[in-house]
Design a protein around this ligand. Structure first.
Ligand code: F6P
Length: 256
């Protein structure tokens, strides 16, 4: 807190809350694009914030990514709580295992003494396979859990980079590109106005379910994510808390 006040970051936090139209913004000093340790600081701040929610909220959906992995490293099990349930927000198998939602859900549960629910489905299902999968009882069970989710914790990425990271097909890349997608979160690609451009065809939490959660915690930093954060924030309906860094914050101010 002291460092943030000294560097004028608390003022910037209030300005960003208004620009983005969200409930709360926390800015960590420096830029995680340049200094990798800043991502751990984001993780630590997010872990502390999440821990304040655990007493009241038990059903928590989580996505994947390296910033989410940074949170799991920082969670502590001061008070193990068996009632906590971490739900993988998507069935994504396209990414590096350590960064998949399933792995993150398991890691959060291990750290906090809670349980977890995973969903192992490929990232790119054919229309037929998708329709069939959605009828499976295990998938229906996940869908019900998404509906009961209290808190969603997720990363935000650059649309183009995420398409590459997920080995998306030429057809998907084309849709993402021609639609002007800027950001990606929980399998949805959004344009600069926050309009959905494309959605990965796999089972996962729906945007409406995220929007009706009691709290949404978004974690993303680095100057390179400024546009993505701006685009994503257009969708924030439920109380949203963003934990970011100075690199992203300064660039957002410059762009707006
Ligand atoms: O793939 C999971 C995910 O949370 C995406 O939805 C998001 O775009 C990305 O990871 C963020 O990844 P990172 O924190 O590594 O930048």
């Amino acid at each position: 807190v002291f460092v943030r006040e000294m560097s004028g970051l608390t003022d910037m936090e209030i300005q960003l809350q208004e620009i983005l139209g969200i409930t709360k913004v926390v800015i960590l000093p420096q830029d995680s694009d340049e200094i990798p340790a800043v991502k751990s600081h984001i993780g630590k701040e997010a872990a502390r914030f999440l821990e304040t929610l655990f007493a009241r909220y038990k059903k928590i959906a989580v996505t994947g990514g390296s910033t989410m992995a940074a949170i799991s490293k920082e969670l502590t099990n001061g008070k193990p709580d068996k009632a906590l349930q971490f739900i993988a927000a998507r069935g994504g198998l396209g990414e590096d295992v350590l960064h998949q939602a399933n792995t993150i859900a398991a890691a959060f549960a291990e750290k906090t003494g809670g349980s977890f629910k995973t969903l192992y489905l490929p990232d790119h299902l054919s229309a037929e396979a998708f329709a069939m999968m959605m009828k499976e009882p295990v998938i229906k069970e996940m869908m019900d859990l998404y509906d009961q989710t209290d808190v969603v914790v997720h990363g935000i990425g650059n649309a183009g980079e995420m398409a590459v990271r997920r080995h998306s097909s030429t057809e998907e890349v084309e849709k993402i590109h021609s639609g002007g997608a800027i950001s990606e979160a929980f399998g949805y690609y959004f344009d600069k106005d926050g309009k959905i451009v494309y959605r990965i065809r796999t089972a996962g939490i729906q945007l409406e379910q995220v929007q009706k959660a009691t709290t949404v915690l978004a974690v993303a930093g680095g100057e390179s994510k400024a546009r993505a954060i701006l685009s994503y924030a257009k969708n924030a309906a439920s109380p949203t808390v963003l934990i970011t860094d100075e690199g992203a914050a300064r660039k957002i101010m410059e762009l707006t």
